[in-house]
Design a protein around this ligand. Structure first.
Ligand code: ZN
Length: 494
């Protein structure tokens, strides 16, 4: 999202805390449930004794005997009743009576610019993701060199950090909406070399932003596809969803951004920044209210929605709703359900204080609460409608945008989908298999079959009966390594 993100004034830095945090997290890497562990000797084979495992293709749990992991790969999955003795030196993880799901993937995060504005780095929040079973992150808009640095850290410390898949900076018009995290691209001729340089540097996702023109969008899509990379977009003023779908885009971010395009032609619209300049605040507030009222009346069985859905299905374009950022930041950040959410207790104090500061700086109109609640319900309704209509959904959160806690926001997003009427199995498929497809890694991530990377989460209860069971995590395995990392020191202060 980020359209409403305003970086706060930098506060004081806390140098030298990184090593202490790592040491702290290493100490708590749990070896509970493990037997046959030769202390201090590197373990190469891990045997997970079943249990039931989630089949991401069928969307059901199946009993298994063992999941055998060698190094960072699943090499074998055996049938129930398997009595093969434990190979010498292997570690055993007891998942009997438990539910094993693939490591969760967050398809929409920002690991650099938001944290940087609060004098934090990805290392400060990485353990929060892992602790919640999130083993892979798709960055969709950040500066490249710092992303590379944190991705390297994550690869070197698999028990402390989820894997990071790099994204481009926001590709925008000129001037860009967020200058500190965007690249203004306006010359079509410059696009192929720019995209090539990004791919050569490890970028897997190119993100078009609110001011991109169609011409540039087409050039980015063509250049990225030549190199096997993915293109996604947060569209607003210069490029319409039906055009982007026609042009072969891979996915569209944010259900609210799509909703804006479903308003009838005569409905009021939120203008781009240049047109808002100098408009009195009361006038903008009145406009906001009229837009909210118009949205509450949109008929999802009408032509605009039907045409959009048909196009999404026909061209197999994915949609990443990021409902949690609409509830927690855009629409309901003044409500107790957000401000007093228990999940906020996991968030480092500096980040939380930054969020609170920006909420105070950008207060919402208290007279529109009911309309905003209504819009959020409509976003949930639209998400469920897309799912029922056969649009493939990705599951992302936009963390760490305000009040979207790293790791836990993904559980909130899953819960919001279920609340909207999407079956838990489909929600888990989105957070694993669908998201892995968006990374071009469906053969390695998002499943528990032989040959796949050994990212898995052992749950105490069945998430198909109640999706909140996905929070009841016994053990997280990332790249074959067992770990349940600590959070950053709670309430850490400079
Ligand atoms: Zn975002």
């Amino acid at each position: 999202m980020m359209m409403a993100w305003r970086p706060s004034a930098p506060s004081r830095v806390s140098p030298g805390s990184s090593n202490r945090r790592i040491a702290g997290a290493v100490r708590v890497c749990l070896s509970i449930l493990l037997t046959s562990v030769a202390l201090g000797v590197p373990q190469e084979t891990l045997v997970v004794r079943g249990g039931q495992r989630f089949d991401t293709t069928a969307g059901t749990f199946r009993s298994f005997g063992s999941i055998v992991v060698e190094g960072d790969r699943i090499v074998r999955v055996t049938e129930p009743g398997d009595t093969t003795p434990l190979p010498p030196g292997a570690r055993e993880l007891d998942a009997r009576g438990r539910f094993v799901i693939p490591g969760l993937i967050d398809a929409h995060v920002h690991l650099v610019h938001i944290l940087k504005s609060l004098q934090l780095t990805a290392e400060d929040v990485f353990p929060l993701f892992l602790r919640q079973g999130v083993t892979t992150l798709r960055d969709v808009g950040d500066e490249r060199s710092e992303q590379k640095r944190v991705a390297r850290f994550a690869e070197d410390h698999p028990t402390l950090a989820p894997r990071v898949v790099l994204g481009s900076p926001l590709i925008d018009g000129n001037p860009p909406y967020h200058p500190f995290v965007s690249v203004p691209l306006t010359q079509v001729e410059a696009v192929p070399a720019w995209v090539d340089a990004g791919v050569d540097d490890g970028v897997r996702t190119f993100k078009l932003y609110v001011g991109t023109t169609r011409e540039i969008g087409q050039a980015v899509i063509a250049a990225a596809h030549r190199r096997g990379a993915w293109v996604t977009a947060h569209l607003a003023w210069s490029y319409r969803p039906l055009e982007a779908i026609e042009d072969g885009i891979d996915s569209l971010e944010h259900m609210g951004a799509l909703f804006d395009f479903l308003l009838p032609p005569d409905a009021p619209r939120w203008p781009p920044p240049a047109e808002r300049r100098g408009v009195p605040a009361e006038e903008l507030a009145a406009l906001q209210r009229r837009i909210l009222e118009a949205k509450s009346r949109v008929d999802f069985s009408g032509e605009a929605t039907t045409t959009l859905i048909e196009a999404l299905v026909r061209r197999r374009v994915r949609v990443d709703p990021t409902l949690v950022v609409y509830r927690n930041w855009m629409l309901l950040r003044d409500q107790p359900e957000v401000l007093e959410h228990a999940d906020l207790s996991s968030v480092p104090e500096r980040l939380l204080e930054g969020w609170r500061r920006s909420a105070r700086a950008l207060p919402l109109d208290p007279t529109t609460v009911a309309l905003r609640q209504r819009e959020f319900l409509r976003l949930q309704e639209l998400t469920a409608l897309l799912h029922r209509s056969g649009v493939e959904l990705l599951l992302g959160t936009d963390t760490p945008v305000q009040f979207c806690p790293p790791g836990l926001a993904l559980h909130q997003e899953m819960e919001l989908w279920v609340q909207a009427g999407i079956p838990p199995a489909a929600v888990l498929q989105a957070a694993t298999r669908n998201n892995a497809r968006s990374l071009g890694q469906a053969d390695r991530l998002g499943g528990l079959e032989p040959g796949m990377t050994a990212d898995l989460v052992v749950l105490e209860a069945d998430p198909l009966l109640d999706i909140r069971a996905a929070r009841r995590i016994a053990v997280v395995v990332r790249s074959g390594q067992v770990c349940t990392p600590a959070s950053p020191e709670p309430g850490r202060q400079p």
